[in-house]
Write a protein that binds this ligand. Sequence first.
Ligand SMILES: [Zn+2]
Length: 290
Amino acid sequence: VHAWRGDDGYDWVKPPVVLGHEIVGEVVAVGEGVEAPRIGDRVVPVSILGCGDCPRCAAGNGPLCAKRTVIGLSHDGGLAEFVRVPAGEVVAVPLDMPSERAALTEPLSVALHAISRLPELRAGEVVGVCGPGPVGILVAWALHRRGVEVFLVGAARDRELRLAEAAVLGIDAFAGGDRDVPVANHWIEASGSEGGLNMAVEHTEPGGRVVIVAMYGTRPMIDLNTAVRHEVELIGSYASLPADYEQAVELLSTGGEIERHLVTVFPLDAAVEALESTANGGVVKAVVAP
Ligand SMILES: [Zn+2]
């Protein structure tokens, strides 16, 4: 949606390019000499790849590589019947997992990566999540499933759909205006809004951490004085690593029919409608099926 809308920070994307970086698909052909995956396997491609040849890549941090490429942004991606991806950069998905659920692997991996950027949680610590988009809901869901006390805050317009679906998943979810926002030990900021970021900073227990996983359409102004006085750590979290994908597949295999609460399927020729519905909050997560 950010690239399609031409948000700040996406001017490096040069159309024409087929969008789509959260993909699940069946392998229908492999290159010469490729032993895995095999034809018929179901896989999710890792969406951001490093050059494989620099210190950051050597440290396993492909998404931080200066020469990283993003499928569906740097080159053609998944909003198509077929897509070509490097054989060594895919994660296997069980054959019996519904595609609507398997398509959540990439966003869930991003959520799990953000969670991995929290400090080790002590008993009784509470995590706030700001922004009930797909990543925010998946962060809250994954924390809730781990037994962490978590709440999810949205805006008034999120009440009917996004917050309601989160509540059905067992998450304590509410709109910011409906009750006082509690102070949490740590936050994960997934709203991409200036207001949400400041709410998180202001409602963090002194010494706590705000993990920022959102991207911002415009540059936010932050109340840094509060962050300084409270020694609140602001930590960025970008994309995810192969291990996060594997954990995501595991969680989706055992986590029930989460897609029923999050996913709306659009046909490929309605891909623009899928993007519009996502941008205006009409759906939680659009999945496009060729
Ligand atoms: Zn590199």
